[in-house]
Each structure stands twice: as structure tokens, then as C-alpha cells.
Design a binder for this molecule. Structure first.
Ligand code: SF4
Ligand code: SF4
Length: 260
């Protein structure tokens, strides 16, 4: 999810795809490049990716973050980006790559599903919502682009069962876009408030504990129907976390939560 300034769109690498554009692509294990793309990647992980991957691996979100991610702060943003750590070997392979393919295929990340498309987010001026754009950007070694299978962006997203990822990442992009301005003041983007916001976005198990086992519900009003959903669903909890970040950091109200 690359943030793109509106006046930089034409300078983006790859071909920008409109809804009606098509590209040729098919990926299968008969191609000589099979699995070559799963190495040495800057693979961004969004909150819904972590939610799916930690479930697939049957570990907590905190353990996943500890074991599998690098957290980096871009100079032009005030909320960290999360990248999958590549293995410490000569080829810097993805930690989930096996001889037979992807060990977490059913729960692979949004970026893995979109590849060889990439998603960018046009950072808006003022109050406008961020706009999502797609680029077709296969690396030279990717032979799938020579296959005779025309696809539109929507067809590729459906083929990869990425519709939920699109929705969740779009909602996350709205939160992330707010952090193009600095909300942290003197404490900075590594201060206690910033750590809480990061937890709410990425460490949903710790956030659940914070919601249900701290003074959280004395401070915030949350409907009992909402609380039931939060207990039952990591996805609901993640979306609630997005709303809480908006309220906690920016004072933006929502239907899910308000101050008492
Ligand atoms: S390089 Fe392209 S065609 Fe080859 S395995 Fe990766 S995505 Fe598929
Ligand atoms: S998660 Fe799976 S699809 Fe994605 S880079 Fe790793 S091995 Fe490849």
C-alpha cells in the first residue's frame, strides 16, 4: 500500500490499471519461475494480514509480530509500516516458502494475492478519503505475464479470493492516511500513545485484553451488542480497533465507541 501524492501518479513504476483494463497473467507450477517471486521482498503486511496469518499459524498476534515482522517508520508518515521479515539465508526467502509452495497459501497476505498487481493509495488533500489504485508490475523473471489469460483487476481479485482483503485494507488505508500528519507531539511516534495505537491495529490479542481486562469500559461507552461481536470475532475487534485509534488519537467519533 504505497502512499502516492496526487502529483506523483504518472511517475509510478508499472502500468496503472483502470477498472476496464486487462492484463495477461496465469501462475502455475509448470512455469520455470515457480516460487522465484517468494524471496527478497518488501512485503507489507496490513492488520487483516496479521489476523489471518497468526490464525493459520495458531499463534498470538504478539508472537507473530515478534517472530515474523520488521516494523519501520517512513519519513513521510507517523505510523509504522509492518513488513514480513525474510529468512536469514542467501536468497532471503519468505519464511513460509517450502519446496512445494506456500505453507500458508489459504491465508497468504493481500500483497501475495494481488501479485503481480500492486496497490497504491493516493493520499488526499484535506478531508477527502484516500483513493486506491492498482498497478500491473510483474518483475522481469515472472513468466506468468506471457500466458494467454486476460484479466481485469476485479477478475484477478476474485480469482485470488481477495475481496475481503480489499475491503479490510481500504478501511485500514483510511486510518493510515490520517497519519500523514503528526498527532504525537513531544512524545513522538515511539511514545506510549503511539504504542497503544500500534497495538490496537496489529496486536489484536493484546487489544482484546486491553478492552476487556483494563479500565477501558469504564472510560468508553460501547454497546453490549458490539461487545458480544468483539468477543466472538477477531475481524470485528480489528475494525473496532480502527475506530478506537481514530477516537483516541484524532477525536473522531463513530457508532461503535464514544467517551463516557
Ligand atoms: S514469478 Fe510470476 S508466474 Fe512465476 S511463480 Fe511468481 S507470480 Fe507465478
Ligand atoms: S506468504 Fe506464501 S505466497 Fe507470500 S511470499 Fe511467502 S511463500 Fe510466497
Amino acid at each position: 500500500m504505497k502512499p502516492v501524492a496526487p502529483d506523483r501518479i504518472d511517475a509510478l513504476p508499472g502500468k496503472r490499471l483502470s477498472e476496464s483494463d486487462t492484463f495477461n497473467f496465469a501462475c502455475h507450477d509448470g512455469l520455470a519461475c515457480f516460487n522465484q517471486c517468494c524471496r527478497n521482498l518488501n512485503l507489507f503486511l496490513y492488520p487483516y494480514d496479521v489476523l489471518r496469518l497468526k490464525k493459520a499459524l495458531n499463534i498470538t498476534a504478539g508472537d507473530f509480530i515478534e517472530r515474523y515482522v520488521d516494523v519501520v517508520m517512513r519519513p513521510d508518515n507517523f505510523f509504522p509500516d509492518v513488513l514480513l521479515s525474510m529468512a536469514d539465508n542467501a536468497e532471503k526467502t519468505c519464511p513460509f516458502l517450502t519446496d512445494t509452495g506456500c505453507a500458508v497459501y489459504e491465508d497468504r497476505s493481500y500483497s501475495c494475492r494481488l501479485f503481480p498487481m500492486e496497490q497504491g493509495v493516493i493520499m488526499p488533500d484535506g478531508e477527502a478519503k484516500p483513493e486506491i489504485l492498482y498497478l500491473f508490475r510483474p518483475p522481469e523473471f515472472c513468466l506468468g505475464r506471457h500466458e494467454d489469460r486476460p484479466l481485469s483487476p476485479a477478475q484477478w481479485i476474485a480469482d485470488q479470493q481477495a475481496e475481503t482483503y480489499v475491503r479490510m485494507t481500504r478501511l485500514w488505508a483510511e486510518v493510515k492516511a490520517l497519519f500523514s500528519a503528526d498527532p504525537w507531539g513531544a512524545a513522538g511516534p515511539y511514545g506510549p500513545a503511539a504504542k497503544m495505537a500500534f497495538m490496537a491495529a496489529y496486536n489484536m490479542d493484546a487489544f482484546r485484553d486491553f478492552v476487556f481486562n483494563s479500565g477501558f469500559l469504564k472510560r468508553y461507552k460501547v454497546k453490549s451488542a458490539t461487545l458480544q461481536k468483539l468477543r466472538a470475532s477477531d475481524t470485528e475487534l480489528m475494525l473496532f480497533g480502527f475506530d478506537w485509534i481514530k477516537l483516541f488519537v484524532w477525536g473522531i467519533k463513530s457508532d461503535r465507541i464514544r467517551l463516557k
